[in-house]
Ligand binder design. Sequence first.
Ligand SMILES: [Zn+2]
Length: 413
Amino acid sequence: MIIVPLGIASATPTATRHLPSVALWREGDVHLFDCGENTQMRMLQAGLKRSKITNIFISHFDVDHYSGLMGLLSTLQLQRRDKPLTIVAPEGIQKFVEWNLEFSGTEISFDINYVEIKEDIEEQRVVDEDEYYVEARPLKHTKFCVGYRFQEKDKPGKVDAEKAEKLGITEDEQFKTLKAGEDVTLDDGTVIKSYDIVGHPRPGDSFAYITDTNYCPNAVKLAMNTNILYHEATFSSSLADKAAETGHSTAEDAARVANESQTKLLVISHFSARYTNPFVLLREAREKFFPAWLATELRPIFTDPAKEKGIVQQKVYLKEIDDSKSGSSKGKKSSDDKQKRFRKRKKFDKKKGSSRPRRSDSSKRSRKSDYDSRKKSGSDYNNRDKSDRNDGGSERKPKPITPRTPFDDFDRF
Ligand SMILES: [Zn+2]
């Protein structure tokens, strides 16, 4: 199972972050969780084929979480897709899609299987295939919103072929029967027990997608013992009030779910645009749970790196943060030298920066003085330490706030 974050912004895109979407690659198929604007482009850039999409899961109907859906469907139509597509979402999705298709006079050449989730569910198995299933549970947001768990079914144990042959098993059919857990009787009447030949079933991998929610027990249930928990961390705990009010989580909340569910890996995403440097959120999450990583757009996360590395290869360079400065992303750093190429970040433009709309006087003052002090010291924000932000409320000396690019939206999260 390979997880590829396609968009890690919340609410509004920024110059470097796209609206929410994450792809799960498994055995050649792609399953999308949320489909913000740009999802189809990011798939191309990630090296994921859109024709391979099997299921699309939408968490809720805030526009940023599904604004890429119609564009993607249009592309699939233009690609002359013929295999069916499943769209799972809260109730209303079918009406939305069909209205849009009718409005634009588009006829879709493939079948869409809609799975609509009603608000009163406690838990629902929304997809059930031979090798995996997906479960949905309601979360706690300002509107109906569901989280998902993608679970591979247990894989049969390994067959000890040598031992089987010694015991007289020769035919493929006999191996199949043993693998299916049934015993085989040989011609001479000897019974070969399945458990003598076949090892323990191997548990399937699992992935939980929890976004746009306050902390809630259902998030923990969905994430229980997962390989990867992909959880929103819109705010740092210094803005816990805002998180509670807007139905979002802090990085600390994400870590709490990770702890209570005993997931193997926490990946945080859905960052407020105010965190130009999301390491402040990572630091907060890591204080409570480890291992925790930041979702990085287009950078794949593997459940079985030995087998999966190289399967999905991005077509554009990744934006990297200098490890020697941040010291926090070592765990996910690739040994591949090619990945060390950094993209230059845009210099802060004072003119554009100062003509920004609406901001409270106090924050204006502090940002301005931050900017001035930075200008005096001649420091370059690209190369400053990750601890520069003081959102965490720790005892660190307050340092200048990282300026954002002129394209970032200050007033939204
Ligand atoms: Zn959101």
